[in-house]
Design a protein around this ligand. Sequence first.
Ligand SMILES: *Cc1c(COP(=O)(O)O)cnc(C)c1O
Length: 431
Amino acid sequence: MKEHNFHPESLMMSEGYRPEWSEGALKSPIFQTSTFVFKTAEEGKAFFEIAYGLREQGKKEKLGLIYSRLNNPNLEILEKRLAIWDGAADCAVFDSGMAAISTAMFEFLQPGDLLLHSNPLYGGTSHFISHVLSKFGIEALGFTADLSREEIIDLVEKSGKAGRLAMIYLESPANPTNALIDIEMCSRVARHFSTAEKKVLTTVDNTYLGPLWQHPLKLGADLVLYSATKYIGGHSDVVAGACLGSSDLVKRIKTLRTFFGNLASPWTGWLLLRSLETLKLRMEKQAENATKVAAWLQNQPNVRQVHYLGLLTPADGDAWDIYKKQCLSPGAMVSFEVEGGEKEAFSLLNHLRLIKLAVSLGGTESLAQHPASMTHAGLEHEEKLALGIGDNLVRLSVGVENVDDIIWDLGQALQKMAVQEHSILPLGQVA
Ligand SMILES: *Cc1c(COP(=O)(O)O)cnc(C)c1O
């Protein structure tokens, strides 16, 4: 018979787990244990030799279970399943997205190095770069989506630190504006600055579209990072992260993870295994809903502009080309500008009845927030304006609810926002 390759969604229920490990249990139990019993002292010695890199690992030899800060069955199964979506050789899971990001940066950046990154970045990442990495003498240089390959190269040359460029770090689509960065082009910039002694790594935070709709490793990236708190977890009830890439790179990250002690817990691993079974169903429904919500928002009188990948057209030039090249779906994150400023945006948010006013994204429930005063409050005013994060911008993470209810809720809140604005005008004045 011909070999058959199962699709990722078909493997999410079984890959990496065997019922005979646990009395025939169909589902993996939670391996709630801190330590593991060695069969013999010789076996324990062999496991430690590999864990500490005291000798070469045999071809067939695998790191045995030692202690739950190094590895644990729930997390090993999770890593196997996550690797399938991105076509990665290996995966390391963490107890938060920030743990994955900061560990990857610490492993591959040295004092004196230069980190080139896209702007805007997730607030936590941005803070880590400017307040923590800077203390270790690691310099950072940001660029926006509108720069060409030549302009980015020029920017690095002009910094005087081109020889110390160690990592290009990207977030695309950007949060909250959905601005697109060309991952393949950036990996060519990394190659341009790589030497025989030092490879410049291209690293992508794929939280917004991954792991279904954007596969950075296939576009030339070396590492992919996730806040698994978002779509991967998908139920807004767990905080976790992941880093994927080649065996060599992920091995280094796992070693540092052992000493930072930021591996996820067995319970977190188990929750994420459960989430992965419905990942595709959830994400597809969310994108379908978001497409309808964005199209509807675009025709509302109090909405000035909608930023959604599904609304891009060939007239958008580069953005359209990048979208076609690297995104497999428009995703489920929408941001839109209302007529007015902070007062109007707040009025809209305060009048929502189904959609919850909260940060985070990717969960089954729809969430709305105000980037300028919430997720991106840490940016300077000018910086916000330059990046398109105005006081009238609202970000929406679209969930799996009935789309008519989401639209109804936005409709009534937009109407109340407009009525309120009229009613507070001084008597006799017309809007
Ligand atoms: C939430 C988020 C993070 C941080 O992840 P945590 O799980 O909250 O630590 C990083 N990047 C992006 C794009 C995010 O949305």
